[in-house]
Every structure is written in structure tokens, then in C-alpha cells.
Design a binder for this molecule. Sequence first.
Ligand SMILES: [Zn+2]
Length: 330
Amino acid sequence: MPENEILAGIDLGGTTITAGLGDCSGNILQQRCIPTLSENGPEDVIGRMASLIKNLAQEVGFKPKALGIGIPGLVDPLLGKTLFLPNMHTQWRGVCVSQILENSLGCRVRILNDVRTATLGEMKFGLGKNVSNMVFFSLGTGIGGGIVMEGKLLLGPLGSAGEIGHQTILPNGPYCGCGNQGCLEALCSGPAIIAEGVRLFKSGQAPVLVKICSNDVRNVTPETMAQAAREGDEAVGAGIFHIATLLGIGVANMVTSLHPELVVLGGGVSKMGDLLLEPVRNVVRKRVRMFPVDDVRIESSSVGEGAGLLGAIALADIKNLGAGTDELHL
Ligand SMILES: [Zn+2]
């Protein structure tokens, strides 16, 4: 493979950095994870990201022509600067990530918010391949999203368009990390689902879950809960159904607002599969009344948690962001 076709991607997370080398068709040649160790500060984290890419390049035998990075928080994609990363030590205000890495690696470096990057991954290499209008929900520790309209990824002036996890679902619901009450994220994120599982585990209403978790409450996850529901824990099934119904309201709001062709549920929590998808589809049919929704597909991501890295590789391949842009042409 000619050297100029190799691209690098990094999915920077609060606890893990995933880096990989691939081609513009989304074939990953080599990938590796290391701990983020954000407590060491941005200089150390950026230095180890550079070493990781250099090591991967050496192993594959090709130098990447560009690097894309998905970053957890607010970034300026044009200046290649982080603005505010709430889950990283020191919060990385004004760190020139692109410039530092361009100097170190000698190739173009692009940065973008991590969930907008995952949306790019789903568009380029996942279910969004032949679609012009898509809404992507990333369901994990938090809920993020991305909106693609007429083939363009919406960014907004601050790169924050698509924060659909922070729409209000319950007016007086639980407080959210963002400061609002009753956000979709506060109700349907991984921790919210696990809290319900732990409550049922401890109250004796989830005997199958207790067995699957070997009587250790730390093993309660959305996946073990889904298994317990399938194997007969009715209370767990009802808990998941309730949460999926609230998620369905969030999805229905997006469908009413944007009439996308496709809604994709991604992130770790989407592994619950039909237990989420079926209630969500039913709520959308019930609540979107202004136009027929038979042609709106609602699916689980086909690239799963790989969307972040694939999106970073797709981001590396974008030549011009264009000054003053508040959308990304795909
Ligand atoms: Zn919120």
C-alpha cells in the first residue's frame, strides 16, 4: 500500500487513549490502547499520543499522511485548540494540540469533539454510508450526539451542535452534570441504567441478575442487566423498558425536529440491542404524529465502539475545514 494512503486516528478518552492506523476505506491496519493518565497533564498526554503513533507507524512500516483526533469536550477545530475538557485534569484550556503534534509527527493534524468524530465514523464507514440525513446517539457514561443534514455534519459556532443528550425529558427530573434537570443523559446514560440495576439487585427483585453477577454488585452493567431480563428477571426487564421509553422520547423529539432517514444508537449501552430498540421504535411511532415515520430507520450502530477511531481516521482525511465553518462537508 502506498505510504500516502495511510491515515492515523486517535480516540482520546478520560481513561483510555485508542490509536490506530488505517486507510481511507476504514480498514484498520494496527491499533493499540494505553491509559490516558490525565493527572499527568496535557504535555505528558500529548507526548505519549505522539509516541504511540510513531510506534504504530514503525510496526506497519508506513508514516501516516495525516492524523485525526476525537477529543472529549469543547474544541476549536479550525485553530486545532482545546477550549474546555471537563473530564480531563486541568481541563486543557487553550492547549494547541494540533500544532504540538504537527511539529512532533510532521503531518497534518485535525481535532474534533469525540462524539461528533464518532458520528463521522458512523457516516463514513457504518450505517450512514449511503445516507444524507442522520442523527447519532452515543450512549455511554454520558449521552452525546451528532447531526448530519444533507451530507454535512453540523458543528455550530462552538462545535457544540448535536448535544442531544442534554435535552429535557422530565421537567423536574434528576440533576444532570450540565446543571439542568431531567436531561436525557441523567435518565438514560450507562450510570443511570446501572443505578436501576443496583437498586433491583439490592432489593431482592433481581435473582437472575444476582446469579449472573456472581452475587457481586460491581458486576451490574447494562449488558448483565440485558442478559438477566432475557433470562427471566421481570423487574429488570421493566426497569430497562422504562428507561428505553424515556430514550424513545428523546429520539422522537429529534425525529420530529429533523425528519432524518436514519437514527443510530451507538456507544457501549447500545449493546443492549432490541431491549432498547423496540421500545424506542414504538415510542417514535406513538409520538411523532405530524408526518409518517415508516421511512425513518432506527438501528444499533454497525461499527459499535469502533466509531470513535474510524471517525478520527475519517477526520484525518478531510483536507479543508474552511475558515468560519460551522458544518463539516463529508
Ligand atoms: Zn444535561
